[in-house]
Design a binder for this molecule. Sequence first.
Ligand code: DC
Length: 181
Amino acid sequence: MVVTIDGPAGAGKSTVARALAERLGYGYLDTGAMYRAVTLAVLDGVGPPAEAATGDWEPYLDDPRLRSPEVDGAVSDVAHVPEVRRAMRRAQRAILEAGSHVAEGRDIGEVVWPQAELKVWLDADPGVRAERRGTRAALERDARDAVQTRVPGDAVVVDTTGLTVDEVVAAIEALVRERGG
Ligand code: DC
């Protein structure tokens, strides 16, 4: 079974997706990390985005700079390059084909894996989202990423405002069990 977790920055995607994968014993696919790794490759001079995305970007997944402000500031532009999106989506599908996953990302439920058995859209009030990210920059990045950030028509919307991580994970786990996962 594939569970997709989408939603804007600061809604709690990463924390929830990671905890849910652990609870279910599924793999965890962080698609944002892949775009960040390609961005680091570009910043390190490996080549322009289209080239970096088809080259040796995977070692950058373990780079301590993956979530640095430098990457935060550049990743949106890299993630908008069509060749980059094509290469990442292909890599993501290969991973999901291999077995059960909780997969997190802006376009994962609508474009990458529309056949997912459960699609969750995590949301929260803008104030809460800014607080969780500790910065307004994340919300501004959201605006730039809006094209990639659409609620799939068949997604279950979970508003995390005022809920703990455990409460959100338990709610999604119940949905997974309902659907036979
Ligand atoms: O979720 P994150 O902050 O790690 O995402 C990093 C950037 O990559 C962000 O600008 C949105 C973009 N992204 C994307 O375009 N498509 C995805 N599936 C995941 C992330």
